[in-house]
Every structure is written in C-alpha cells, then in structure tokens.
Design a protein around this ligand. Structure first.
Ligand code: IPE
Ligand code: IPE
Ligand code: MG
Length: 248
C-alpha cells in the first residue's frame, strides 16, 4: 500500500511563508579558493550578498532572518582571518543605518559580544538603537554565537535568579527557559538553511532547532541567490510538519 502524497506545490504560498529563517552562511573560504582569491575576499562577497537576501525575505514577509556570522569556535582561525572578519563586521555595522533606511527593518545581535572590541560594541549599540523602530523584519546576526554557550549563559542567569530567590525551580518551564536565550521573544525557527554542502549545525541554535526544517545546498554562500532562498522556502512548504503528532 502506498501513502497518498499531495502533489508538490511549485509556486510559493504567500500565506505560509516561514516566520523565522536561520542561515548558516558557509562556504566563503571555498568560494574564494576556487577563484584563486584570499579567503577574506569570500567573506567580503558573503557580506555583500546579504543585503539582497534580506530584501527578498523582507518582501516575502519573513519576520526574522537569523544569520550565523561568527561562531564561538571561529576564534581558532588564523588571527589575520579573524581580524578581516571583524573589520568587515565593523564596516557593515557602520552602514546599517543607511542600508536599513526605508526598509522598516531592525538589527539584533545574538551571541556573547563581551570579548569584542569597544569600537565594535559601540557600533552594535548604535546600529541597534537607530534601527529599533523597525517593525517589518528583524535581521538577527549571530556573532560570537554558539548554541552551547547560549544555553550555558541562560543557565547562569537562571542559577543567579534562583540563588537570589527571584526564581523558583518549579517556574522553570520550557517556555520560561526560552526567555533566557538570545532569541527571547522571537518566533520559533521554522527553517534552517546551510549552503556549501556541509550538513551539520556547527553549534547553531541547538535549542531552537528542535523542530526546525533543514535545507542544504551545494552552492557556496557568496553565490547564494534569491532563487536559492525561494527553492528552500518552496521545499519547506512541501514538508509535512507533524511536531510529534499525526497528520494526513
Ligand atoms: C563561513 O565561511 C564564514 C565564517 C565561518 C566566518 P567559511 O570561512 O567557513 O568558508 P569555508 O567553509 O572555509 O569554505
Ligand atoms: C559555521 O561554519 C559558522 C559560521 C558560518 C559562522 P564553520 O565553517 O565555522 O563550521 P565548520 O567548522 O565547517 O563546522
Ligand atoms: Mg566553513
């Protein structure tokens, strides 16, 4: 006996656009290497294409786009590459006000920014402040972010509140725990996209990924196009999300 499957949709259903998409922006180094360029050039190109992808998601009505820009493990890279990534990030932050103008978008940074330079921390504070009125879409940049680190930081806050007597152990539900994470208040992550052919989370949104759909592509991030995003969303819309239940 065969399971009856619905025919695959071939155009986007605008009523079922994922609310929150996470992207592991991977493959910058390989993209550059394939072209005989330094890795930094791949990172530059990767940062440049983000704007178009943001606009596309914003136009579709995606509420949150979380992009993994620097992991807690990326500190193990050569200092020269780390410096280049930090410079790129700084330049990006300085341009946020202009880039977001007229787009009704808000910037949020997730991750532990404490080890970053004062210059970058100030640029983050400024970029978050000037874009705070943005209501249509949030661009959430995961920076010095690690899912394990995020959970440990949450656990530390919880331990402190518990010690201070402001939190009772029985009040710590799943939803209360979520409120201690960097993604507090954001909608659940529906779809996680990883380009460049790798099929792993690399410490991205461990808690939030519980029921996210995954989509992989061999395209390196600097070559990622709106059409790839469209394919990912279309594929997402053809999935049968059951959340542990039973569905036709
Ligand atoms: C992703 O591209 C960007 C960061 C991790 C900062 P990579 O630099 O990991 O590119 P590959 O995986 O080496 O191609
Ligand atoms: C994940 O990519 C981190 C970011 C894209 C920022 P990596 O390239 O660091 O992950 P691994 O090392 O391939 O797992
Ligand atoms: Mg990589």
């Amino acid at each position: 006996m065969f399971w009856k499957r619905k025919a695959k949709e071939t155009t986007l259903d605008m009523e079922r656009i994922p609310q929150h998409i996470g992207v592991i922006m991977d493959g910058n180094g390989r993209w550059a290497k394939q072209r005989g360029l330094p890795r930094q050039m791949g990172h530059k190109r990767g940062a440049d294409i983000l704007e178009g992808i943001c606009d596309y998601c914003n136009a579709l009505g995606v509420k949150v786009l979380t992009v993994y820009a620097f992991s807690t493990e990326n500190w193990s890279r050569p200092q020269k590459e780390i410096d280049a990534l930090m410079d790129l990030l700084y330049d990006y932050l300085l341009q946020v006000e202009e880039k977001f103008r007229g787009r009704d978008m808000k910037l949020k940074i997730s991750g532990d920014i404490s080890p970053l330079s004062d210059k970058i921390k100030q640029a983050i504070a400024h970029a978050e402040e000037v874009t705070a009125p943005g209501k249509r879409m949030i661009l959430n940049i995961a920076l010095n972010y690690g899912g394990r680190d995020e959970i440990v930081r949450a656990a530390r806050k919880i331990a402190k509140e518990s010690k201070d007597g402001t939190l009772q152990p029985e009040d710590l539900t799943e939803s209360a725990f979520s409120g201690y994470l960097d993604t507090a208040g954001l909608p659940e992550v529906d779809l996680i996209i990883r380009p460049s052919g790798e099929q792993r989370l690399s410490n991205f949104m461990l808690w939030q990924a519980a029921y996210a759909e995954f989509w992989y592509s061999d395209v390196c991030w600097p070559d990622f196009k709106n059409e790839d995003m469209e394919r990912a969303i279309l594929d997402f819309q053809n999935r049968n999300r059951r959340f542990g239940g039973v569905k036709e």
